[in-house]
Design a protein. Sequence first.
Length: 192
Amino acid sequence: MTKEPQNPPERPAQKRTVMGALDVLGAVFMLGCVWIALPARWMPIDAGFTLLAMLLAASGVGLLTQQPWAEKVALYVASLTLVVGLCFVTALGYTVGSLSGLYGPVGMGGATILAIVAALLLPYLIVFPAAQVYFLLPARNAPKPDAPVAVDKPRPRRNVPKKKPEPEPKSKSKSESKSKSKSKSTGSGEEQ
């Protein structure tokens, strides 16, 4: 007897709502940082972070409205945000080191500002996406959605043919084997 296929356990609605709200707030924060806080326009930064903010907003709205695709999209968006955040904070750290090493006391002021910016971005671009990826990954012991689950029925054994034991070789005495090898070498069929 098999049960109907089970879907993976659903996340509690309260946690989905909190994650969706945080995604939407993160998207608004990211758009505000790119379009209001940055003084200069540079197309790769503007386009990249705007696209990432739109993806965050889409996953947040999907989680808030309990869409079936929302968890998968939120997992992909959180993974992308984590990768972008790690690259961005690493680049800021490299720039901090370059500024303080190359320009001495003048570079130390710019390095301090960039270090503060990196510390402020750390929770938004690394910590929260890492927590979201951890939360959205399926559990290891969760049943697969398409696999039927057997109930009260042992698993059938595989039909593996049994090996037949090979017969033991007959033991020959040394004198018999010597005489047969001599008879083969002389060409006569009789034993000597």
